[in-house]
Design a protein around this ligand. Structure first.
Ligand SMILES: Nc1ncnc2c1ncn2[C@@H]1O[C@H](COP(=O)(O)OP(=O)(O)O)[C@@H](O)[C@H]1O
Ligand SMILES: O=P(O)(O)OC[C@H]1O[C@](O)(COP(=O)(O)O)[C@@H](O)[C@@H]1O
Length: 312
């Protein structure tokens, strides 16, 4: 069983528009409402592929109730911790060429007492989980020290911890000795203070995060695929998608596929890339099912060209 923890979940509304024009009334085509937040999406992707997980989510207000209903509707096992604030709604505007514009709310304030309740709920069930996967932004309220403490307690208790977050929260996961971190390109750049231009730059940045405490680094690079750096060495892979439809949740699908594939080596990276590519081909933040997965277009190599330039 995988335990996902989304400290700042959301109700995600995706609208398809012909073209984004500032100051105009835009008429939406298709629209979707999905339960959202990065850990929630990992749980949804695992479930879509027949794998068990439990999603820990602080929830509050009408949107919190809606999130719980949406998760129930999809059959996601959850541990909802009530909070006083209102769960956020995030909006995605998707254009036909695959361009996605997202508006993410900051989210409700989570008080110290509420964060302690969430932490206790996680720690109470963590020992039964194969992985504890903490994903997404931190809500306003909890200090980085409190988040770092949760990560450290999980690692000390012997949990395999994965962290997919940004900024100080990502670095706290690294310093706590998370078994896996999953930064995207921007998060990696922020973590090491340098914008990667080549595959070699990405590999070097991943090695720096490993030196700082992370067991493995799975760096997702959008259309440039993903790089895995762990104790076994380096693997790079791509899975081209001719016409991306919505990249929302692609990183979450990649992470879920990587975990489902055993979290190690070429097979796991292939699985992650297949799930990521499939998510990009689906509308909104819909997570791929086995019927959506095509592993034949994935290529993974242990011997990448470090001078290969990333898309600008
Ligand atoms: N334009 C794209 N074409 C093909 N695959 C993509 C594209 N965008 C994302 N992906 C796939 O989804 C994964 C995660 O996307 P990325 O944008 O790096 O993560 P995040 O959603 O966390 O920002 C990538 O590693 C890749 O496998
Ligand atoms: O916690 P954050 O960073 O604000 O992100 C939350 C958003 O990320 C998502 O999980 C999508 O993730 P991606 O970044 O992988 O596209 C949405 O469901 C959610 O609205």
């Amino acid at each position: 069983m995988i335990l996902t923890v989304t400290l700042n979940p959301s109700v995600d509304r995706a609208l398809e528009v012909d073209a984004l024009v500032r100051g105009e009334v835009l008429r939406a085509g298709d629209s979707h409402i999905d339960p959202g937040g990065k850990g929630v999406n990992v749980s949804r992707a695992l479930l879509a592929n027949g794998l068990r997980s439990t999603a820990v989510v602080p929830t509050g207000g009408a949107e919190g109730d809606q999130l719980v209903d949406l998760l129930k509707g999809e059959g996601v096992d959850m541990l909802a911790v009530p909070i006083a604030g209102r769960t956020r709604s995030n909006i995605t505007l998707a254009e036909p060429d695959g361009t996605v514009t997202k508006i993410n709310e900051a989210g409700p304030v989570v008080s110290d007492a509420e964060f302690a309740q969430v932490s206790d709920a996680v720690l109470a069930v963590a020992s039964a989980a194969d992985w504890v996967v903490i994903c997404g932004s931190l809500p306003p309220g909890p200090s980085i020290a409190a988040f770092a403490d949760l990560c450290e307690r999980l690692v000390a208790a012997g949990s395999r911890l994965a962290v997919d977050s940004s900024g100080p929260a990502l670095l706290a996961g690294v310093a706590a000795g998370a078994a896996l971190v999953k930064p995207n390109r921007e998060e990696l750049a922020e973590a090491v203070g340098a914008e990667p231009a080549t595959l070699g730059d990405v590999i070097e940045a991943c090695e720096r995060l490993r030196a700082a405490g992370a067991g493995a680094v799975l760096a997702s690079l959008g259309a440039d695929g993903a790089v895995l750096v762990d104790a076994d060495g380096v693997l790079c892979g791509v899975s081209p998608v001719p016409v991306p439809r919505s990249t929302v949740g692609a990183g979450d699908a990649l992470l879920a596929g990587f975990l489902a594939g055993g979290a190690r080596g070429s097979a796991a990276l292939t699985e992650g890339l297949a799930w990521g590519a499939a998510a990009v081909s689906l509308p909104g933040s819909r997570m791929p099912t086995p019927a959506d997965l095509d592993r034949t277009h994935v290529s993974v190599t242990p011997d990448p060209d470090p001078s290969r330039r990333l898309h600008p």
